[in-house]
Design a protein around this ligand. Structure first.
Ligand code: MTE
Ligand code: HPA
Ligand code: MOS
Length: 751
């Protein structure tokens, strides 16, 4: 089945925030944000701005009717600066005017007097000064100290991995409308409608039931709108409350890049110990997460870094420590993988380091240490591992040995072009690591014409979740997909949603949808049994829009049955709640069973580096990927392709640069390079892993949103391999991204 949005996307008819027709009297907002990264706000001169054409109101922290606080996990984030600025781009005041242009012109006329304070941008410096967002988190398995005693080889090093700009095509934004009795309706480009509702309730002082949040779809979120959509919605809401008029704010790309947080950069120290056969016996790692100026989601991201710190490997002795470090950058946030990729990069760096020193192929070490079924993760859960299975099948399909040999022979024949190869196994846990978030609701209405309306907490952001939800309802009722409509995500229809995140949206909301459909179906079966004068409800089933009796088609069709049920006063609506069974975690012991299941896979990545210029091409990414049993291969292959390219971008070209003043230098698309059509792997092979195991995914179709991004990590190590094929003397630092300039320096570096 096609993505249900395909047609309207291509025709430009899909509705995003900026396509919503504006109500008469709508005002437009623009933020005046801090020009410095850290300081005391001594005074604010609004006089020129107030006189500026079209300005209706300028709002500062003192004007907020409710609390000046939007921190989700830790209450450490004011909506508007109050006496103190913590990062460049921190909102200080909100200008509300008759037009977008007028608001932006006026915002530039605001003058702030800020007494500078020391600026920290490096998480290790923040750590030295004890600037921690939360107390450190630790995972431990076995005893690393004892294990290192018996290791034949021990290697220690440092790995650094940079952030990543989300660059969703649709920038952040919101549109707030006053409704009667002091309530608000908010259209928001958010992954978390309830998060927006909660944050807005806080700053307006309204109860949540006075605030309706509605989301049709996003032009991409990638984690950047899990929490950070709250700011703009909350600002519009306050402006609406204070002016009594609808207020819209749709960020300029430059505002978005400057003011919003990105993927968390990390710096890490690792120590890896192996026996003489290449088995990893012990792994110690310390992560310094660059959280930025407020907690945002960083504490949860930090957790997932620990959960994935040994990637797809079993290591019997692990000690992992993670520090969330407060710096004067915009608060960093969720980004596809949610800290997992950063943890995996360090693991792969440690393996590459060991392989280099032992003069073996990294793939040998990777292969020997893959998780086996029953192996224990450092957090206590046992693996239903497909890691070995994926590796074996990938080797069968893609012939690792031949890939390696061909690259070597190419390298012998070419002096100024070198090929590099890397294997990248992945293992990604599916579920929110915060157990309580693993719940969802669905509301299903069957109308008397037999058409079906579904609402869930799922937010469509391009990942195809609405298509999957529609498939669930159509399949459950055995009716054609055209009979089902999935409606906007709305907090009045579906309350207390978890954000659409953690790749679990289709699982959670799809299961709730299935439950609601099944309840309605049970009622309809009773009605059908009565109509067909059948004694046994068990004999009733549905197929192709008709009722079946003892597997024989009857002439009772779906629409007639629905009408009959309605006439008999049987409810045709259901609101269902799903909570993932069996997940739990205890941070006191740092053990539990946090994930419903894991997604596995292996990719073979090859690059060719132009050793005169330091540029490179990705020749191929060939992957065997664990879909479980995909319910929509078009959508799922799209997620894999997009994820891989986004991962390659993060690892090889996207350079987020802040200077020592905490100013974003890569603040425009002319200075921040993202993958384009030429950076896409020339060959991208996806082979589904054949597995028979039962899983907790919707229709056994495993989550696919985030895991493929991590195949992109292979591109880093493939480039490193190629650089070393050209320059045997160099041992490039583990410092992602491996952008062309860095490649060139390493190609010609001396020992
Ligand atoms: N795909 C598209 N096209 N756009 C997005 O914003 N977000 C990613 C992934 N794939 C994203 C995407 C992220 S970060 C997550 S967590 C999942 O989709 C969320 O959706 P899911 O839970 O339905 O997989
Ligand atoms: N993944 C993604 N988003 C989240 C998570 C998670 O595990 N926890 C809280 N938000
Ligand atoms: Mo995705 S980072 O969990 O929104």
């Amino acid at each position: 089945m096609k993505n249900i949005d395909a047609k309207s996307h291509v025709r430009g008819e899909s509705i995003y925030l900026d396509d919503i027709p504006l109500l008469q009297g709508t005002l437009f907002a623009c933020v005046f944000d801090s020009p410095v990264a850290h300081g005391l706000l001594k005074s604010l001169d609004l006089s020129d701005a107030k006189k500026s054409d079209g300005v209706v109101r300028i709002i500062t922290a003192q004007d907020l009717p409710g609390k000046n606080q939007i921190g989700g996990i830790v209450p450490d984030e004011p909506l508007l600066a109050d006496g103190h600025v913590h990062f460049q781009g921190m909102p200080i005041a909100l200008v509300v005017a008759e037009s977008e242009e007028a608001a932006r012109v006026a915002a530039q006329k605001i003058k702030a007097q800020i007494e500078p304070l020391e600026i920290i941008t490096d998480p290790r410096v923040a750590f030295e000064k004890n600037e921690l967002i939360i107390p450190p988190k630790r995972f431990q398995l076995g005893n690393t100290t004892a294990a290192f005693e018996v290791c034949a080889h021990i290697f220690q090093g440092r790995a650094d991995v940079n952030g990543q700009e989300h660059l969703y095509i649709e920038t952040q934004g919101a549109y707030a409308i006053p409704v009667e009795a002091g309530g608000l309706k908010i259209y928001s480009s958010t992954q978390g409608p309830t998060a927006v509702q909660r944050a807005t309730a806080g700053v307006t002082g309204l109860p949540m039931h006075q605030i309706e949040v509605d989301v049709t779809r996003l032009g991409g979120g990638f984690g950047g709108k899990e929490d950070q959509a709250n700011t703009w919605a909350a600002l519009c809401a306050v402006a609406t409350q204070l002016t009594g008029r609808p207020v819209k704010y749709s960020l300029h790309r430059l505002e978005d890049m400057r003011m919003t947080g990105k993927r968390n950069p990390y710096s890490a120290d690792y120590k890896i110990g192996l026996d003489k056969n290449g088995k990893i016996l012990a792994y110690e790692v310390v992560f310094y997460q660059n959280a930025g100026a407020a907690a945002d989601l960083s504490p949860a991201i930090l957790e997932r870094t620990l959960f994935h710190c040994t990637n797809a490997y079993f290591i019997p002795n692990v000690a992992a420590t993670a520090y969330s470090c407060r710096t004067n950058l915009p608060p960093n946030t969720a980004f596809r993988g949610f800290g997992g990729p950063q943890g995996m990069f360090v693991m792969e760096s440690a393996i590459a380091h060991a392989a280099e020193k032992l003069q073996v192929d990294a793939a040998e070490i990777q292969r020997k240490n893959l998780l086996q079924p029953g192996d224990e993760f450092p957090y206590g859960q046992r693996a239903e591992s497909e890691a070995e299975n994926a590796w074996v099948q990938a080797d069968l399909h893609f012939h690792f040995e031949k890939i390696r040999r061909d690259a070597q022979s190419f390298n012998r024949q070419h002096h100024y072009q070198k090929r590099g190869v890397a294997m990248m196994p992945i293992c990604f846990g599916i579920s929110f690591t915060n157990t309580s978030m693993n719940q969802a609701r669905a509301l299903v209405h069957v109308y008397t014409d037999g058409s079906v309306a579904v609402s869930t907490g799922a937010v469509e952001m391009g990942q195809g979740v609405n298509t999957k939800i529609l498939q669930v309802a159509a399949r459950a009722f055995s009716i054609p997909p055209e009979k089902v409509k999935v409606h906007s995500t709305n907090t009045l229809r579906i309350a207390n949603t978890s954000p659409s995140a953690a790749s679990a949206t289709a699982d959670l909301n799809g299961k709730a949808t299935l439950m609601a459909c099944e309840t309605i179906l049970d009622r309809l079966k009773k009605v059908a049994a009565e109509e067909l004068q059948s004694q046994n409800v068990e004999d009733i089933s549905f197929e192709n829009g008709f009722v079946q009796h003892k597997n024989q088609q009857t002439n009772l069709d779906w629409a007639t049955l629905v009408q009959t049920a309605h006439r008999k006063r049987v409810s045709l609506s259901e609101h269902a709640h799903y909570a993932t069974p069996g997940v739990h975690f205890d941070w006191d012991t740092a053990k539990g069973h946090p994930f419903a299941y894991h997604v596995y896979g292996v990719a073979a990545v090859q690059v060719t580096v132009d050793c005169l210029r330091g540029i490179y091409e990705v020749d191929f990414v060939k992957t065997v990927h664990d879909f479980g049993k995909s319910m929509n291969t078009a959508v799922d292959y799209g997620q894999i392709e997009g994820g891989i390219v986004q991962g390659i971008g993060w690892m090889t070209m996207e350079e987020v640069v802040y200077d020592a003043e905490g100013r974003l230098r890569s603040n425009a698309l002319s200075k921040y390079k993202i993958p384009d059509i030429y950076s896409v792997p020339k060959v991208l092979d996806i082979v589904p892993l054949e597995t028979a195991r039962e899983n907790l995914a919707i229709f056994s179709s495993k989550a696919v949103g985030e895991p493929p991004l991590m195949y992109g990590i292979g591109a880093y190590f493939a480039i490193r391999d190629a650089v070393r094929a050209f320059n045997r003397e160099v041992s490039p630092a583990f410092d992602a991204p491996f952008a062309t300039e860095k490649v060139l320096m390493n190609l010609y570096a001396k020992k």
